[in-house]
Design a protein around this ligand. Structure first.
Ligand SMILES: [Fe+2]
Length: 393
């Protein structure tokens, strides 16, 4: 995110003395990606950011996955998934591979554990709900329809104001706008469907006093994904100021400007973010194709190189009518098998001028496997619904 931001008190020049009113030095911390060779921010702490008192095992919820074998399209009903109420520790794994994992949780109103993901950035889509995410950079408010992007290694916690349905896309890499949306110096270009004005980061420091603060860290070993509970001597949210281009932010789907065309536009025009080996797109309320003979729903397509995950968020998704898909559903359309609209949806879409649908898509370039949460709410009949739908013949 090459978009400079400065919050709170920072010294006039980097790596120079910055003192509190009593003359004590603040501790400068660089949070920098790719070693010292990519986006970074400089944070000024009251305490020592590395001072820990304990390090113990944090037992993660089940992270194992099973292959999509025998191969078939899947329908998972997330609204049937029972979860605990902690936005972090009670996430249930729905789908995953070595590049990205998708988990789901319905929070209560109690704050989550303090947490950071040391494996990759998190892009958490707020299906419904509101509250704030408290972070080492300050407070980020969230609301329904937000993507909340939390960079790798950012200590934070979720503080819901109401029960919130969170669709957590956990990358093993960074999550950022597609390169083709950016100028060579990193500004979002005119053809991009959103711009810097639509991205909302922290605006004030969050100064919290405290000692012996537990922070849960999700990280990796050669054996897979594991957790560690670290206890910090002083509160991690003790930053008096920071500046740089690395920080958490939100983007709301209402601020995303869909691109439409004379005939059906392919999913890449609906892209929002990219990570290593996956992309995030969204299909939002929009006017549709204006060619007199246009077919507004998609053509059948074989995702030669990707698995496609759709999460149906609002509206009645035109192409899936008659399939059993409803709000809160996920469809997984794997590579190696063509998919497309339900046959009856094609005729039904002719002449449509607008679609009132919202869905978030994750396309992965390596096969996805099923997590325990996904398997628990699978609609076993979905794979056969195209054959059952012959009403346009
Ligand atoms: Fe598709």
């Amino acid at each position: 995110m090459a978009y400079y931001r400065s919050v709170g008190e920072v010294p006039r020049q980097r790596h120079t003395q910055h003192r509190d009113p009593d003359g004590r030095l603040y501790r400068e911390e660089l949070m920098g990606e790719e070693g010292f060779s990519s986006d970074s921010s400089l944070l000024y702490h009251r305490g020592v950011p590395s001072a820990i008192l304990a390090s113990e095992v944090w037992e993660l919820p089940e992270q194992r996955t099973v292959p999509n074998h025998p191969l078939k399209p899947r329908h998972l009903r997330l609204h049937d998934l029972e979860t605990g109420r902690d936005a972090v520790t009670d996430r249930r794994l729905v789908l995953g591979n070595h590049d990205v994992r998708i988990a789901y949780v319905v929070t209560g109103t109690a704050p989550s554990a303090y947490y950071r993901n040391a494996i990759g950035d998190e892009c958490v889509f707020v299906e419904i709900g509101s509250g704030v995410v408290e972070t080492v950079f300050g407070v980020v408010p969230y609301r329904s329809g937000d993507y909340v992007v939390v960079p790798r290694a950012t200590t934070h916690r979720w503080v819901p104001a109401e029960a919130s349905r969170l669709y957590a896309i956990e990358a093993n890499s960074h999550v950022a706008p597609p390169k083709r949306y950016l100028s060579r110096y990193g500004q979002l270009l005119e053809h991009a469907p959103y711009c810097e004005r639509d991205l909302h980061g922290p605006s004030d420091p969050l100064l919290v006093e405290g000692t012996e603060v537990p922070v849960l860290v999700k990280h990796r070993t050669s054996a897979g994904i594991v957790g560690t509970a670290m206890t910090y001597a002083t509160h991690p949210f003790d930053v008096v100021g920071w500046d740089g281009c690395l920080y958490p932010y939100t983007l709301n789907i209402d601020d995303y400007m869909p691109i439409t065309g004379k005939v059906h536009q392919p999913p890449p025009v609906h892209q929002v973010f990219e990570g290593h080996n996956f992309v995030v797109c969204n299909f939002l309320p929009r006017k549709v194709d204006y060619h007199p003979l246009a077919i507004p729903v998609p053509y059948f397509h074989s995702n030669v190189d990707s698995d496609e995950v759709m999460f149906y968020v609002a509206g009645d998704y035109e192409a899936r009518k008659g399939s059993g898909i409803e709000l809160g559903s996920i469809s997984l359309h794997p590579g190696g098998h063509a998919h497309g609209p339900q046959p009856s949806a094609i005729e039904a879409s002719l002449g449509a001028e607008a679609f009132e649908e919202s869905a978030v898509m994750v396309d992965t370039f390596a096969p996805l496997e099923l997590g325990e949460g996904g398997l628990a709410v699978e609609d076993e009949g979905y794979a056969w619904t195209w054959a059952a739908d012959d009403s346009d013949r």
